[in-house]
Design a binder for this molecule. Structure first.
Ligand code: 4AD
Ligand code: MG
Length: 453
């Protein structure tokens, strides 16, 4: 007999005579002749209550079973006598798969996020992290569904690469040479290889063939910034649209964020409720406001002017020509506009080579989407589709034309306006759950000096 998941059982329309459930013990309470056992199988936040009584041949062992033990229960789904749940399970066979010892680290009390990071192998079994990783899965699905409904094709771009998309030089090197050797010609690829920081360049090539595409995969950055919103390994969602300009790009960015929020409201109620109650009391109203508002669209120089004119004390005062700091992003979205802001037309000097040069020849058609609590969640642009402009921007940026010959060539044969962006997947989960540290939305996070698990 196949096991039934607890999320299905809890939604049952009527009693069921013979069911099999498997999962882990959360708590046990004994009375004289029977025990109440709260069991969870990870399929949903809620536990199911199991009643085990002294008619079971192994009842003596059941009375000793600890939190964390794995069990298999066969029995009847019956209306619950107690308050708080509609259904419970009357056990007819109760197999202890493995009895956990008493030192199971996840006892009933609440543990700090910092402590739970040190036991990342067990934290998915807590309510909060179980919910976080279920919602992570559900949001991935919502993203695929969004693109499918909008005519995008899912493409896979390489993770091992020879190019640096963002030109920031924050790449992890990949080599099979032993330490101390630097005869690259004898290395696996005969060339310097790195882990990708973005699938964009290859996604552009596919967009210029398939029309509208997106990648959704892991990316890597060796930036040594130990912040709450940076990880060395994170996932990015990167749509790329042929024959589209920056306006279309902004529309898509706004639409996907709203879509995912609506999806979570419709499909992830139980888990979302946990975050609203225990993680961030302002979460629900913030998400409703984001889903219901038109995002502000603001040229970069106006954004800088707003900050210069404000009386806000910034650690780094805003100035034309420097990138926006997190404190600026949060000021704009949380204090000034109180909603998401799309900043566009940045000075070309602070943006990568591939962004389309505007007619003023000073700014590029870049766009960053900023949201409350997080700051930048999306970075994107219209791409430079004009061969000569691209070439001179590459030279200006110190890129080797030989290394990127294939990228340049895409601007020679049937080039077309196209646009795209990168949505930081973990930052999206942070926005939706109210979790404030990126280490807590990734099951096994990779950050500077941390590669345990
Ligand atoms: O703004 P970024 O660097 O843009 C790109 O990589 C473009 N090539 C994307 C594209 O146009 N296809 O990164 C995009 C997003 C950021 O807005 C942020 O949400 C997230 O990726 N991000 C990170 N998330 C977690 N940890 C890091 N270290 C991140 N760096 C960027
Ligand atoms: Mg960016």
């Amino acid at each position: 007999m196949k096991r039934t998941k607890i999320n299905k059982l809890l939604k049952s329309e009527g009693p069921i005579d013979d069911i099999l459930i498997k999962g882990w013990i959360r708590t046990r309470r004994d009375s004289k002749t029977f025990s109440f056992i709260e069991m969870n199988d990870g399929s949903c936040l809620a536990n199911i209550q199991v009643i085990a009584d002294d008619k079971l041949p192994n009842y003596e062992d059941i009375r000793k079973i600890n939190t964390g033990s794995s069990v298999s229960v066969r029995g009847k789904l019956v209306p619950s006598q107690g308050k708080g749940q509609k259904w419970e399970v009357q056990a007819e066979e109760f197999e202890i798969i493995q009895a956990a010892p008493e030192d199971y680290p996840l006892q009933k009390k609440r543990h700090s996020d910092e402590f739970l990071r040190t036991i990342a192998h067990l934290r998915p079994r807590t309510n909060k992290y179980g919910a976080a990783f279920r919602i992570r899965s559900d949001i991935s699905y919502a993203i695929h569904r969004f693109f499918r409904e909008n005519g995008f094709r899912y493409v896979h771009t390489p993770i091992l690469t020879g190019s640096d998309c963002e030109g920031a030089g924050e790449m992890f090197k990949v080599t099979t040479l032993s330490a101390g050797r630097n005869d690259i010609q004898n290395d696996f690829f005969g060339k310097e290889a790195k882990l990708t920081v973005s699938g964009q360049l290859e996604a552009e090539l596919l967009a210029l063939a398939l029309g509208d595409v997106y990648t959704f995969g892991p990316t890597f950055r060796a930036e040594n910034s130990n912040t709450r919103r940076h990880a060395a390994e994170f996932w990015m969602v990167e749509p790329e649209m042929a024959f589209c300009d920056i306006e279309d790009n902004m529309d898509l960015a706004e639409k996907i964020i709203k879509y995912v929020i609506e999806y979570v409201f419709a499909e992830c109620n139980q888990d979302l409720e946990l975050f609203c109650r225990f993680v961030d009391k302002g979460l629900k109203s913030r998400l409703e406001s984001i889903a219901g508002s038109d995002f502000i669209r603001l040229p970069y120089n106006e954004a800088v002017n707003i900050m210069k004119k404000s009386n806000e004390k910034f650690e780094f005062p805003a100035s034309y020509g420097s990138d926006l700091q997190t404190e600026h992003e949060r000021f704009l979205t949380e204090k000034y506009f109180k909603k998401p802001v799309i900043v566009f037309d940045y000075p070309k000097e602070i943006k990568p080579f591939y962004m389309r040069l505007n007619d003023d020849e000073k700014t590029v058609a870049a766009m960053d989407v900023l949201v409350p609590q997080i700051g930048e969640i999306i970075g994107g642009s219209q791409r430079e589709e004009r061969y000569a402009f691209l070439k001179s921007r590459m030279i200006e940026s110190g890129l080797s034309l030989d290394d990127y010959w294939w990228y340049l060539e895409s601007r020679k044969y049937g080039s077309a306006p196209h646009s795209g962006f990168g949505l930081g997947f973990e930052r999206l989960i942070m926005l939706i759950t109210g979790i404030t540290n990126i280490r807590d939305v990734i099951p096994f996070p990779r950050t500077p000096k941390n590669i345990e698990f």
